[in-house]
Design a protein around this ligand. Structure first.
Ligand SMILES: Cc1cc2nc3c(=O)[nH]c(=O)nc-3n(C[C@H](O)[C@H](O)[C@H](O)COP(=O)(O)OP(=O)(O)OC[C@H]3O[C@@H](n4cnc5c(N)ncnc54)[C@H](O)[C@@H]3O)c2cc1C
Length: 436
């Protein structure tokens, strides 16, 4: 698949446009190093599912991930739990779960809502995901960040990606934005939506090891330790294998699509973690030793791409089915209140439950694009609809549907919008996706 192009002026600046105050113009020729039928940008659970499904359909697939591992929120965000219904999400998630069971590092299956989540070891998930991708012959680029697009009309012809080899072009027929934050759509100038006035809050996952006796670890004068129960932010304590717990701490009011805000969130989250841990060590006398935070803060909402259809709260409440329904959600409206750090929700507790609902193919197709699909937490939905559909099981199912649709589009030499959605649905169902 690597197609280094001889004679390309990689690394040389050419034809810079005239600059205006406060802006610089730059351009550069880069080699077209990669060609694929389907390019997936972002290797979270949605991206891995999309890549695996497209490869299963026979497409030549390339997956671009900015970090060293795939899994996104579930691995580098330390989330380590599949919420919602894990059965019937399609053969990709089935294979992931079967492999996790072989490693004996996932809680046993119980149907939703008898159990609403299955905790697992996220270090093992990172290994399982990479092996599934390689098994299916997906070309995987790690440490490689999507940077920009080249557009002709609404059609993306290439993406510019940048890893240690420097900027390079990736040419594909179909692209799937699984960055969680709509990076591809935003660079293309396509319409996106963000939480107004605020996005769903982020949370930091951290880990403690149980020891016989643990003195407080935060030195005097560092940060602002929590002294009372009332002052604690929302802190969830999860199992994390023998002799360990995971702590999830709510960090509200930051924007995952703004460089400075995201930096500030990471700084705040690491400080806050030690402030909270101090309460458990000093006040509650817990024998918990700090074992570290996940490498990145967990992001619930970045930007959502406006699709041909925007899934609404009303659709979820009605348990709506669609002619082009290709995925399904069951989880409650997990819309944490964005502007405080307590265990609060946008809606009243009595209003959180929704019946099973479908996710239409149209909400996975970028409205302003010709060949851009999306899956996972940047799909086209209202904020409260996202609060349910963002759980990893639904993201996996959306990813599988987007992968099937984009592979089908390349095979039929058309674009996703022109496909008969019934054909996509049929393959989703043939591959174990339960739509009702
Ligand atoms: C704190 C927290 C707790 C949660 N708890 C649960 C739970 O218990 N159970 C559950 O099922 N769900 C839970 N969720 C939700 C769920 O984990 C996520 O919504 C889901 O995993 C998102 O998957 P995704 O693939 O859409 O996005 P992500 O997991 O965010 O993946 C996006 C991927 O794209 C990569 N990427 C981003 N930008 C670029 C770029 N420019 N170039 C290259 N790569 C890029 C990222 O590195 C990442 O790997 C939780 C979420 C949070 C934040």
């Amino acid at each position: 698949m690597a197609t280094g192009v001889a004679g390309v002026l990689a690394g040389r600046r050419v034809n810079a446009e005239p600059e205006t105050p406060g802006e610089v113009a730059w351009s550069r020729k880069v080699p077209v190093r990669y060609e694929a039928d389907v390019a997936v940008l972002g290797g979270g659970i949605a991206g891995v599912s999309a890549a695996c499904a497209a490869a299963r359909s026979g497409a030549k697939v390339l997956l671009v991930e900015r970090f060293a591992i795939t899994g996104g929120d579930l691995t580098s965000g330390g989330v380590a739990s599949f919420c919602g219904e894990t059965a019937g999400q399609g053969e990709v998630l089935d294979e992931i779960l079967t492999d996790m069971e072989k490693f004996k590092t996932i809680e046993p299956y119980k149907p939703y809502p008898q159990a609403d989540h299955r905790v697992f070891d996220h270090h093992i998930l990172a290994i399982v995901l990479q092996e599934i991708l390689l098994r299916r012959k997906v070309k995987l680029l790690l440490h490689t960040r999507f940077v920009d697009v080249r557009l002709v009309g609404g059609r993306i012809t290439e993406c510019i990606v940048c890893g240690k080899s420097g900027p390079e072009a990736l040419r594909a027929k179909q692209f799937i934005d699984c960055t969680g934050d709509a990076d591809v759509a935003r660079m293309a100038g396509f319409a996106v939506m963000k939480g107004q006035p605020h996005s769903l809050p982020m949370s930091m996952m951290s880990f403690v090891r149980h020891v016989e006796k643990q003195e407080p670890q935060l030195p005097d004068g560092w940060f602002e330790p929590v002294k009372t129960k009332e002052a604690l932010p929302m802190t969830s304590i999860w199992p994390n294998g023998p002799g360990s717990n995971a702590l999830k701490i709510k960090i509200p009011m930051f924007d995952a699509t703004d460089t400075e805000s995201l930096t500030a969130a990471e700084i705040r989250a690491r400080r806050r973690t030690l402030e909270v841990l101090d309460y458990y060590q000093r006040v509650l006398k817990k024998g918990w030793r700090y074992d570290g935070c996940s490498p990145q803060i967990g992001i619930r909402e970045g930007a959502r791409i406006t699709g041909d259809y925007v899934l609404t709260l009303k659709d979820l409440r009605a348990g709506r089915v669609f002619d082009d329904g290709v995925a399904r959600g069951v989880y409650y409206l997990d819309g944490h209140k964005p502007d405080d750090d307590k265990r609060t929700y946008i809606l009243k507790k009595s209003e959180l439950k929704v019946p099973p609902y479908q996710i239409p193919l149209r909400s996975l197709i970028a409205k302003d694009g010709v060949n851009l699909l999306m899956a996972g937490r940047c799909f086209s939905a209202e904020q409260l609809a996202l609060s349910s559909a963002r759980v990893s099981t639904s993201c996996a199912m959306m990813g599988q549907a987007a992968g099937i649709a984009s592979a089908m589009a390349t095979q039929k030499q058309t674009d996703p919008r022109k496909l008969d959605p019934q054909l996509v649905r049929r393959v989703v169902e043939e591959r174990g996706g339960k739509l009702s």
